[in-house]
Design a protein around this ligand. Structure first.
Ligand code: NAX
Length: 327
């Protein structure tokens, strides 16, 4: 077996945490030959519940699980972390303005960024799941000046996976036949799932569906799927979000297959006119533990408009957190 990987999960007592931790401990995050040391971070009121989950993890006797520790202090929780899964966040409650939401999350992601900067392992990789994920990732990243910015990412893999299945069901095929699908922009209702580069059976997906389906059904269904899940389940996506977090990190560590890519929120290098420094979803490949933005794709007017709309929202969020002194 390989050297153990230390994984810190925040919001460990939440519903995504409960769906995520057992899969990490069973070896699905990194690989079946890598032992895991789990460090769980919660707020003081939820530490007892996190300890309960830790007891259940013990009771699974997972062969790969070397240790489980529970913390209510970020600096301690991120000591030696190789993979940080930042799931805990402040949800928007009734009557809350966007500024209040960003400020409350600044109070979470600033100290977590500082803690990662202070104590995480040299090779730390961070995935932010907690919403607003892209901007929370930007806040954490800006408080970790000693960590390469590219190690901070935001999750759009759930949107990517949702889009794969919607398309597969439409074409009566399977998700494994679909390559090169992309989610662009923000993990929000403005996101743009792109079928103009996606291939199904080697042919462009957008050419295999009616334009009206693409514009009026596919895009809104993917973008509003989170709300549809809440409507149906009475609770927000949890197991599917945990699954996407597993996929994101597994791909980051183990790479994308030749001839395919995935979607992730990564720091923009200015590609495709996305302002440098914001954390936006792009088509990305992964190799040797690094994400790279796929270059050189043609972006037609239909896509341009939608990418710009979502990127503009990210720029507004960045400006708002800048105005609040959070970055
Ligand atoms: P829950 O409310 O069930 O759990 C959140 C947990 O985070 C709670 O146990 C809370 O005590 C903890 N927490 C709050 N502040 C913390 C802090 N400073 N340090 C450590 N823990 C803290 O939410 P859950 O359903 O698990 O969702 C978690 C986050 O994921 C939410 O922000 C949610 O909006 C976001 N999502 C993101 C998705 C994505 O695709 N990027 C999809 C799923 C999900 O909606």
């Amino acid at each position: 077996t390989k050297a153990p990987v230390t994984v810190t999960v925040t919001g460990a007592a939440g519903q995504i945490g409960y769906a995520l931790l057992f899969r990490i401990a069973s070896g699905q995050l990194i690989g079946a030959d890598t032992p895991i040391k789990l460090r769980l971070l919660e707020i003081p009121q939820a530490v007892k519940a996190a300890e309960g989950t830790a007891m259940e993890l013990d009771d699974c006797a997972f062969p790969l699980l070397s240790s489980v520790d529970v913390f209510d202090d970020a600096t301690a929780a991120f000591q030696g972390t190789n993979v940080g899964l930042l799931v805990g966040a402040r949800p928007r409650t009734k009557g809350m303005e966007r500024g209040d939401l960003l400020e409350a999350n600044g109070g979470i992601f600033k100290p977590q960024g500082e803690a990662i900067n202070a104590g995480a392992a040299e090779d730390v990789k961070v995935l932010v799941v907690g919403n607003p994920a892209n901007t929370n990732a930007l806040i954490a990243q800006s408080h970790a000046p000693d960590v390469p910015a590219e190690r901070f990412t935001a999750m759009t893999r759930l949107d990517h996976n949702r889009a794969l299945t919607q398309l597969a069901q439409k074409l009566g095929t399977t998700v494994t036949d679909i390559k090169k699908l992309t989610i662009w922009g923000n993990h929000s209702a403005t996101q743009y799932p792109d079928l103009f580069h996606a291939e199904v059976g080697g042919k462009i997906a957008a050419e295999q569906v009616e334009r009206s389906w693409l514009a009026d059904e596919f895009i809104p269904t993917v973008a509003k799927r989170g709300a549809a899940i809440i409507e149906a389940r009475g609770a927000s996506s949890a197991a599917s979000a945990a699954n996407a977090a597993i996929d994101h990190v597994h791909t980051w560590v183990n790479g994308t297959p030749e001839g395919d890519w995935t979607s992730a929120g990564v720091v923009s290098d200015g590609s495709y006119g996305v302002p440098e420094g914001i954390i936006s979803s792009f088509p990305v490949t992964a190799k040797d533990g690094r994400f790279e933005i796929v270059q050189g794709l043609d972006v037609d007017e239909f896509s341009r408009e939608r990418i710009d709309a979502s990127v503009n929202e990210l720029v507004e969020e960045r400006d708002a957190v800048r105005g609040l002194g959070l970055i």
